[in-house]
Design a protein around this ligand. Structure first.
Ligand SMILES: CC(C)(COP(=O)(O)OP(=O)(O)OC[C@H]1O[C@@H](n2cnc3c(N)ncnc32)[C@H](O)[C@@H]1OP(=O)(O)O)[C@@H](O)C(=O)NCCC(=O)NCCS
Length: 181
């Protein structure tokens, strides 16, 4: 894995959008991206902001996992700024090594432009290369955009966990979705 290696470059809505491997230098952009989603109370599991120090540690663990083929991580840059990511992480259970869990999050300013869909396609393509044949994810019942995106990409609902989350005082169900590659 070459840190920062570009997988694809496109002009989307007049912005240059780059899909690439992560690099150590991403910590600040990644921190700002996750913190912006925490601030807007996006439908994600995280509710508290992270510090640069925490994010540096996290980015180096991501790089290690990508290098060890335990994870695929697509960093998204828009207009030269880090603006989101899509990742697939292999299950650690010995009998479930072919299962990958997908996570995705983009800054608000670059949503609804087709970037999430493209990032997911690339992440799934790369996940296949590290032996993933089943991709799973959990999405809150309130996250309609996410659910629509996942269905478009061939994910099917396999279950629901009632009250999985207590999200800013509101109970939300977790919907499990799966795609067989
Ligand atoms: C969910 C998320 C990743 C989607 O990425 P995106 O780049 O905004 O989505 P795309 O533009 O690629 O759109 C993909 C599909 O989602 C749906 N969609 C996107 N924006 C939408 C909107 N504003 N309203 C309704 N549907 C929408 C559409 O079905 C769309 O497909 P189409 O363009 O062919 O109609 C993004 O909105 C996000 O990061 N949200 C905050 C964090 C989050 O919710 N993460 C997922 C947690 S499970």
């Amino acid at each position: 894995m070459n840190p920062g290696k570009i997988l694809e470059k496109r002009i989307i809505s007049g912005k240059s959008v780059v899909f690439r491997y992560p690099k150590l230098f991403d910590a600040k952009g990644a921190m700002e991206t996750i913190n912006s989603q925490v601030e807007e109370r996006a439908d994600i599991a995280k509710m508290t902001k992270v510090t640069l120090q925490q994010e540096k540690k996290w980015v180096s663990s991501v790089l290690k996992a990508v290098k060890g083929k335990e994870k695929v991580f697509i960093a998204i840059e828009a207009g030269g700024q880090y603006a989101g990511s899509c990742e697939v992480t292999k299950d650690r259970m010995e009998s479930q090594r072919h299962v990958g869990t997908l996570g995705i999050g983009l800054r608000k300013e670059i949503r609804s432009l087709g970037i999430g869909k493209r990032a997911m396609r690339l992440a799934i393509r790369e996940a296949k290369k590290i032996g993933v044949t089943i991709v799973r994810l959990d999405v809150y019942n309130t996250n309609k955009v996410g659910q629509r995106l996942y269905k478009k990409l061939g994910f099917h609902v396999t279950g629901k966990i009632k009250n999985l989350a207590l999200h800013y005082g509101k109970r939300k169900d977790g919907i499990t979705m799966v795609k067989y590659l």
